[in-house]
Design a protein around this ligand. Structure first.
Ligand SMILES: Cc1ncc(COP(=O)(O)O)c(C=O)c1O
Length: 457
């Protein structure tokens, strides 16, 4: 086996602003121990998200120059529409500015009070859009998907038995399920894939109950790659053929092209049903724009049409999976526990086991996020009690997991950058016993992690 190399040359670069530990301490204190509140210029390696942070290719930048900005019937839209139809296979392509706009439109038309929408795990914005209409977002991932140590190859699978039981209950309670979903890969569960067998099985169940099946397709190419690697009958298929096969079993998709579209902005809603598509286009005109540009400029549509082909390249996907695996292996070799197996776009570090001396009410994952920033200028995100814990009348109820997510932007960082991240982790781990906890000095009533302020204990 030869080394898997970055399958690109770099001819446009963005300098990194270096900083000293003293500067970072000052900035972190000014940000009240919340790296969300630090300016990006103060960050050396930014692993906050893989969304909208990809590097575009020379071909994508070139496509931007030929964008057709016509208000109606733009040539760039026709090109975009043709590429989406080719890969995803749905009749109607509705362009939006990002994934949540697609969710908002679909939920506005179909969801509503008393209804229920199942999924393996709803991503935050999907859940928020479902709940905003008064409907319930129900998570039915397989039990292995909740176990950080399970080595199940498809931990994102939606449990078919739970789905059947849930739909039967809804039917007998006369509760409407206006559509059902699956998220590929399952971001909330650690970027874990969903198998083709599972997609086929849940599609058949949704059809049996007359429920339209919508795929949240943000990381569809990474999911296709895992199917190729882990489901023997697809070993010889191209990622594109696997993607086409996945979507053949669905009635529509919501998509954030800020992930597997190599876009810095962009999304779409794709549907087969003519009447539903017409209703969605009417909302699109109200909130996003005319149906042939939606929330985007013609130049964006051009770049995304190119990105959707590039993301299905086997050399790219092999490299992409190798980067997350490489980082996980480096951390595991130091003795650091990560959610297994590594996901497609991110690594999740178990901060409870990193800092066994810190109680969940001292926010160990937030402490680790701060330490990584102080020591190496690395920005990660806490997925633990700050994000999912609750404070009622001053009493903290912690989350059951304390994780730190390291999300890898696409085609942005090299192997040396990843080695640097591992070195900073090694140093942080060696001195872990000296780490002290945090306490809140301010928290907003909802989504508190974005604006929270802390004091070091
Ligand atoms: C699985 C999943 N669905 C939906 C979204 C929402 O997409 P956007 O951020 O483009 O609105 C995201 C974004 O992170 C996601 O990961």
């Amino acid at each position: 086996m030869r080394e898997i190399i970055e399958p690109f040359r770099i001819r446009a670069v963005e300098p990194i602003q270096f900083s000293t530990p003293e500067q970072r301490r000052q900035w972190l204190e000014e940000a009240s121990w919340n790296p969300f509140l630090i300016d990006a210029e103060g960050v050396i390696i930014d692993l906050l998200t893989d969304s909208g942070t990809s590097a575009m290719s020379a071909a994508q930048w070139a496509a931007i120059m030929i964008g057709d900005e016509s208000y109606a019937g733009s040539r760039s839209f026709r090109k975009f529409e043709a590429v989406v139809q080719e890969i995803f296979g749905f009749r109607h392509v509705i362009p939006t500015h990002q994934g949540r706009a697609s969710e908002k439109i679909l939920c506005t038309v179909l969801a509503g009070p008393g209804k229920a929408i199942p999924n393996n795990n709803h991503f935050d914005t999907t859940r928020a859009n479902v709940e905003f209409t008064g409907a319930e977002a129900v998570d039915l991932v397989i039990d292995e998907g909740r176990d950080p140590d399970s080595l199940h190859p498809f931990k994102g699978n939606l449990d078919p038995n739970k789905l059947r039981a849930f739909l039967e209950n809804c039917r007998s309670a006369r509760r409407q399920v206006p559509f059902g979903m699956v998220t590929i890969t399952n971001n909330t569960g650690g970027g874990q894939p969903v198998s083709m067998a599972n997609i086929k099985e849940i599609s058949a169940i949704y059809r049996e109950f007359g429920v339209p099946f919508i795929i949240d397709a943000c990381r569809f190419a990474e999911n296709a790659w895992f199917i190729k690697q882990r489901e023997p009958e697809y070993r010889d298929w191209t990622p594109k053929a696997i993607a086409q096969e996945m979507f053949r079993h669905a009635d529509g998709a919501t998509m954030s092209l800020k992930k597997d579209g190599f876009g810095n902005i962009g999304g779409f809603l794709a549907l087969n049903d003519d009447a539903l598509a017409e209703q969605c286009r009417n909302i699109l005109i109200l909130t996003e724009g005319f149906p042939t540009y939606g929330g985007l400029a013609g130049r964006d549509l051009e770049a995304l049409a190119v990105g959707l082909h590039e993301v299905l390249d086997e050399h790219y996907l092999e490299y992409r999976a190798a980067t997350t695996r490489y980082l996980a292996e480096k951390l595991n070799a130091i003795g650091i526990h990560t959610v297994q197996p590594p996901g497609g776009h991110a690594i999740y570090v178990d901060a409870k086991r990193f800092y066994p001396h810190l109680a969940p009410t001292q926010f160990p994952a937030q402490v680790l996020v701060c330490e990584l920033y102080l020591r190496g200028g690395i920005r990660a995100v806490e997925i633990g009690s700050v994000m999912f814990g609750r404070n009622v009348d001053g009493v903290e109820t912690p989350s059951d997991r304390e994780l730190v997510r390291l999300a890898l932007p696409r085609r942005v960082y090299t192997q040396a950058h990843v080695n640097y991240v591992a070195e900073v982790f090694a140093e942080t781990f060696a001195e872990r016993e000296s780490a002290r906890g945090l306490e809140f000095t301010y928290q907003a009533p909802i989504l508190r992690h974005f604006t929270a302020r802390f004091r070091s204990l």
